[in-house]
Design a protein around this ligand. Structure first.
Ligand code: 0XW
Ligand code: MG
Length: 367
């Protein structure tokens, strides 16, 4: 059974809650998503999705993904569809870098393999533990009072874990955290995510002013070296997100005892295959693990949900419900959310029924 056809679709996914802001004035109005359909010679179809957050979050942009996929797709036709590792090596050979562009293709191959074998992604990647994954909701950057109000709204919607976006003016960031902490129930888990925007000075200032508040610090600085420099001043769990872009950075962070947890994003590392490898190495050292992505809707959410479900339960931090961030859908999916946790009944592959009508006209097809 080999790859017979690869088709690309584009879907614009506006944000339900308006403009999404993070540090440094970066903002987006929605996700510019690319969906890949891979059809095998036996007629089975698999789907994958990739959406960057604007073009400012990771070294990735939507047209770049589509351009790279156009380049890759014709050269995958006729290859054995079940050899996912071999196909990843082939993609790396044909196109250096651009992991975000390979992510949706890799995801579609896993979906295809699951549909053909009757196995869910969670089963194929180690076996599901339990049936739910804790969720968090990001509070996009605004004035402290507006963020506190937004936090209360999310608590009312059932979220129990919040990610406070900081990383701007550090004095205001301190007020942001204080305002949110005061506005939510005391058992709410808070992460402060600076999205790699502070220097070591700002990070030290923030840490010393917020000693009495319970929160986890996520990706304070941009470079590996800056994060390492503030590690000894950080008296609370430190989670790396933007830094974790490969197995190598994780190995380095483990050698330096730099992180207590990692956020692994499918698109950043190149898809489910590479995420699984990084996840397994992180799990072997008992790091806390978040698996998520840079954006997308039902297809993408189902993919990282499946991998989160096969992550040891005691190591799971949380994940996002991107399909609830946006106002359009790309698949029928039986997601349910209760007590701040998300469920999706396991079914072959990603476990969603892609809505071909919602995808519109194909942008490109090979094979
Ligand atoms: C909150 N996110 C998962 C959404 C955007 O892709 C950025 C990312 C983050 O960790 O900042
Ligand atoms: Mg983050």
């Amino acid at each position: 059974m080999s790859i017979a056809r690869i088709t690309l679709f584009r879907q614009w996914q506006p944000f339900r809650d308006g403009t999404y802001r993070c540090s440094g004035g970066r903002s987006a109005e929605g996700f510019d998503s690319t969906i890949v359909e891979v059809i095998a010679t036996d007629g089975t179809a698999g789907y994958g999705e990739m959406a960057p957050l604007g073009s400012f979050y990771d070294p990735a942009f939507a047209e770049g993904a589509r351009g790279a996929m156009r380049e890759l797709a014709p050269r995958l036709i006729g290859q054995p569809a079940g050899g996912i590792d071999a196909l990843n090596r082939r993609m790396d050979l044909l196109l250096k870098g651009h992991p975000y562009a390979k992510s949706a293709i890799d995801m579609a191959l896993w979906d295809l393999a699951g549909r053909r074998s009757g196995l869910s992604l969670a089963t194929m990647t180690g076996g599901a533990e339990g049936d739910s994954v804790p969720l968090y909701r990001s509070i996009a950057q605004e004035a402290p009072a507006a963020m506190a109000a937004r936090a209360q709204k999310y608590i009312a919607e059932g979220y129990r874990r919040l990610q406070v976006k900081v990383g701007l003016d550090v004095r205001e960031d301190i007020e942001r955290l204080e305002a949110v902490r005061a506005a939510v129930p005391s058992d709410t888990v808070l992460f402060c995510d600076a999205n790699a925007s502070w220097g070591t000075a700002e990070t030290r200032q923030f840490l010393s002013a917020t000693r009495s508040i319970d929160y986890v610090l996520e990706q304070p600085c941009a470079t590996y070296e800056e994060n390492l420099a503030i590690r000894s001043a950080c008296d609370r769990p430190l989670v790396l997100d933007e830094t974790i872009d490969s197995v190598n950075t994780l190995l380095r962070a483990l050698a330096d005892s730099l992180a207590d947890g990692v956020t692994i994003k499918l698109a950043r590392v190149g898809g489910l295959t590479m995420t699984r490898l990084i996840r397994d190495i992180a799990a072997a050292r008992n790091l806390k693990i978040t698996i998520e992505d840079t954006g997308g809707a039902q297809i993408d959410t189902a993919a990282y949900f499946g991998l989160m479900l096969s992550t040891p339960q005691e190591l799971r931090q949380h994940t996002v419900d991107f399909h609830n961030w946006v106002t359009v859908a790309n698949a029928r999916a039986a997601f349910t959310i209760a007590n701040g946790k998300m469920c999706l009944p396991t079914a072959p592959g990603l476990g969603v029924e892609v809505d071909r009508m919602a995808l519109g006209e194909p942008m490109f097809s090979a094979g």
